[in-house]
Every structure is written in structure tokens, then in C-alpha cells.
Design a protein around this ligand. Structure first.
Ligand code: TRP
Length: 449
């Protein structure tokens, strides 16, 4: 069995956890979701979801992980009444692999664009839309970059918790913040930047439909890495002296900050160069490169931009992988290398299938969705909120209240004012609102409208 490690420092633990949360969800998915769903109204619902569901569920995962110091399967076994394995751990492990599979396809695109940016090809391309369409449909190139990205991911994971995950996060997260600030300042200096800011910050509540509400909730869960025991697994490496509520708040604030900053980085330039923000998933690959082309310093900016995305994404994929790696190591007694290898092999096979769903497999549809869309939809909009209900009910109703209070207060050493509101949210607010948003999406309240 592998030695159970701990993050070396509290800052390292936070860097790694923020690294998990901050990813494509913030910089790629958030801007296009907000762009497609009317901007500020979407953001308002999103913020509400972060406060009433996000923070409480982060705390729930932290409590379970740090209390048991085990992988998700071991943790749920320890906490379930009969001491039996819990079916939900299988959901978490499977879902984590589905997420890495479609996520690493986009990471592969980022690597390709980073290299094109460095070689200067991106800046000199004629038609970015056509280039992108052609690239994603090319079976060799898209699979190749997905696999190469997963190999980079493997190399970090194999080095273990402190030398791999924590070290990478300690370097990349501060750098990511600095780069993001540079881009925000640059974006605000563009002529006509106010239009983009207005789009981001003035809400149009008539734009809120069931679809938008579900999208915002799914986005909050996805962006905070919630519901699939990713944060539970990281918290199992926290020290007993860390304050869980403080860590949870820091993670939620920084994650939300990065999402909003990403919006500030993207929308003003989109508007000031006369583009439309509704481009969807392709926004950063088709619209931004053509803007960099026209912008002074565009060559350097395009390299930095895709490098920023690369850092954001690899610190997230290592955290998704850690769910199954901790499981393989502790339950199946594999070495760290073999566990990382098995995780990578599964992700390579499914990731390649997702990569192909933009080309050769684009006609292969299940429920009208390609594999890439299906994995994204099922995991973000169904499994993550379900996991949210699971963890909030588990902590609010099942686990002994004394255990929860002991964990939150580090056995009485900390005074935690937020404990009661958080437990209240976990008992009532989070599960009920998640169920309501689901029902809303299924059309249960159409008679009211
Ligand atoms: N939060 C990450 C992002 O915003 C994605 C992510 C990492 C994730 N780990 C997760 C999503 C676990 C769901 C579950 O890009």
C-alpha cells in the first residue's frame, strides 16, 4: 500500500485546492456560458449558487476527507453505518474519469494553440474559424494533443503529492494570477471596453430561463470541483490543524474571482474588436486569436494567454485524476506509478473517443449528443448536483453532529461562527434548491410561468 502523504504546508494545500477549482471551468466555460445566457443575470444566479450551495458542500467534502484521511471509497466505508462500501464511491470514480476524458480534449486544443502561438502561425493565420474547424475534425492531430496532454498530467501525478501536485500548484497558481491581472489591465485599456463590462455586470433578468438556472448551478458545481469527491480527496491530505471553513471560503472566493476576472479579460476585447460574445465553446479558439492578430503585442499576448490556460487546466486535471489514483493506491494496493498509469490509460482511451467526436465520430450520437457533449452534460449537469445532494444530506442528516463540529472547530481549538449557518444550508437550503432547480429544468413549474 502507498504511504499516505500530507500537503507540506497550508499554503501548498490551498494552492493545490484552488488549482483544482480554477480551470477551464473559469476561463473557458464561464465566459461562454455567461455570453450565451445574457451575461450578468447568469452571473447573479451563479453567485447565489456559490454562496448557498457551493461553500456548504465544499465544507462537507472537506469534513469527510479530513476526518477520515482516506480516498472516497475508504472514507464512505468508514462513515456508513454498517461499515460497508458505498455505491456512491463508484459513481465518483467513474464520473471523475468521464470528466477527465472530455476535459483533456480541450486541454489538447490548448496545447496545440500554445505551440501555434509560439511558432507564430496563430498570429498569421487567415481564417481562424476554418482553421479551428479543420483542426478539431482532424483525427490524428486532436487525438495526438489529447494524449500528449495526458502524458504531461501523468508525469506530474507520478511524482506524488508533495513533489508533483503541490510543487506544480505552488509555482503555477501565483503565476496564473499575475498573468490574469496583466490581461485584465490590457483589456480595460482597449477603446470601448465599457461595453464589455456593461454586458458582464448589468443583469437582464428576463434572460433567465430554466435552462439558464440549471446552467448556472451546473457551472458553480463544475467550477468549484464539487460533488465528485475531488475536494474530499484533497482534504484527506490536509493537516489536522488547518481550518476547514477558512480554506473553503478562500477557495470559493478565489475561484469566483478568477471567473469574473476571466470575464473582464475577455468581454471588453471581444466588444471593442466588434466581435460577438455568443460564440460558445469556440470563443477562445476562434474569436480571441483573430483579436490577438489585430492587437499591438499580439504575438506575446497569444503565447501568454494559451500558457495561462495550460496552467489552469493541468492543475485541475491532476486533481480529477487524484480521485481514482488514491482509490487505486489504497483500495487496490497499487503503487503510485501503476495507479497513475491506470488512470492515464483509461483517460487516453475515453479521451481519444471524445476527441474524435468532432470529426469521424461526429454522427455517433446518444440522446442526440456526441460523446464529448454527453460526458460533459451528464457529469456537469446531472452527476455533480446529485453528488452535491449526496454530500449535503450525508453531512447534514447522517453523520454524527459532534463529529462535524469537532472537525469544523479542530476539536474545540477554533471558534467557528459559520458552523451553524453552514449546517443549516447543508440540511435544508442546498439539497432543496438543487432538487428545485432540477424540477424547474424538467418543466415542473411551467404552469406558474
Ligand atoms: N473545477 C475545475 C474547473 O473549473 C474542473 C474540475 C476539477 C472538476 N476537478 C473537478 C469538476 C471535479 C468536477 C469535479 O475547470
Amino acid at each position: 500500500m502507498t504511504e499516505r502523504g500530507q500537503f507540506a504546508t497550508r499554503l501548498g494545500a490551498i494552492a493545490a485546492t484552488v488549482g483544482s477549482a480554477v480551470g477551464l471551468g473559469n476561463i473557458w466555460r464561464f465566459p461562454y456560458e455567461a455570453g450565451q445566457h445574457g451575461g450578468a443575470a447568469f452571473i447573479a444566479i451563479y453567485l447565489l449558487c456559490v454562496v448557498i450551495m457551493g461553500v456548504p458542500v465544499i465544507v462537507a467534502e472537506f469534513v469527510i476527507g479530513r476526518h477520515t484521511h482516506k480516498n472516497v471509497c475508504g472514507a464512505l466505508r468508514q462513515l456508513s453505518p454498517g461499515g460497508k462500501s458505498h455505491w456512491f464511491s463508484a459513481v465518483c470514480i467513474t464520473a471523475s474519469i468521464l470528466i477527465i476524458s472530455f476535459y483533456s480534449v480541450v486541454c489538447g486544443w490548448i496545447v496545440e494553440y500554445l505551440i501555434q502561438a509560439i511558432s507564430g502561425k496563430l498570429i498569421s493565420a487567415q481564417d481562424h474559424n476554418a482553421e479551428f474547424e479543420q483542426f478539431v475534425a482532424d483525427p490524428y492531430r486532436s487525438v495526438l494533443w489529447t494524449v500528449l496532454f495526458l502524458i504531461a498530467n501523468f508525469l506530474v501525478l507520478r511524482r506524488g503529492l508533495k513533489n508533483g501536485i503541490e510543487r506544480v500548484a505552488n509555482v503555477m497558481m501565483p503565476l496564473l494570477f499575475v498573468l490574469l491581472m496583466v490581461f485584465c489591465v490590457n483589456s480595460m485599456l482597449q477603446p470601448g471596453a465599457e461595453k464589455g463590462l456593461k454586458f458582464l455586470f448589468s443583469p437582464d433578468f428576463s434572460a433567465i430561463t430554466p435552462h439558464v438556472a440549471i446552467g448556472a448551478m451546473g457551472q458553480a458545481f463544475f467550477s468549484l470541483s464539487l460533488g465528485l469527491s475531488c475536494l474530499l480527496t484533497y482534504a484527506s491530505y490536509f493537516k489536522d490543524s488547518d481550518s476547514l471553513v477558512k480554506n473553503a471560503t478562500v477557495v470559493a472566493i478565489l475561484d469566483t474571482l478568477v471567473a469574473v476576472l476571466a470575464g473582464i479579460m475577455i468581454f471588453p476585447i471581444v466588444f471593442s474588436y466588434g466581435m460577438t460574445p455568443e460564440a460558445g465553446p469556440k470563443l477562445i479558439f476562434e474569436v480571441l486569436p483573430s483579436i490577438f492578430q489585430q492587437m499591438p503585442g499580439g504575438y506575446v499576448l497569444s503565447i501568454l494567454f494559451f500558457f495561462l490556460l495550460f496552467m489552469a487546466s493541468i492543475t485541475s486535471t491532476i486533481s480529477m485524476s487524484e480521485i481514482s489514483i488514491a482509490y487505486f493506491g489504497e483500495e487496490l494496493r497499487m503503487s503510485r506509478s501503476n495507479a497513475s498509469l491506470l488512470n492515464t490509460a483509461l483517460a487516453v482511451v475515453l479521451g481519444a473517443l471524445c476527441a474524435l467526436s468532432f470529426g469521424v465520430l461526429s454522427e455517433f450520437k446518444i440522446f442526440g449528443m456526441t460523446l464529448f457533449e454527453l460526458f460533459d452534460y451528464v457529469s456537469s449537469n446531472v452527476l455533480l448536483p446529485l453528488g452535491g445532494i449526496f454530500f449535503s444530506v450525508l453531512m447534514g442528516w447522517v453523520i454524527d453532529r459532534r463529529l462535524v463540529e469537532d472537525e469544523l472547530s479542530n476539536h474545540g481549538k477554533l471558534k467557528v461562527k459559520m458552523a451553524r449557518p453552514i449546517i443549516f444550508c447543508l440540511k435544508y437550503v442546498a439539497p432543496i434548491s438543487i432538487v428545485l432547480v432540477f424540477l424547474y429544468g424538467l418543466g415542473a413549474f411551467n404552469w406558474l410561468l
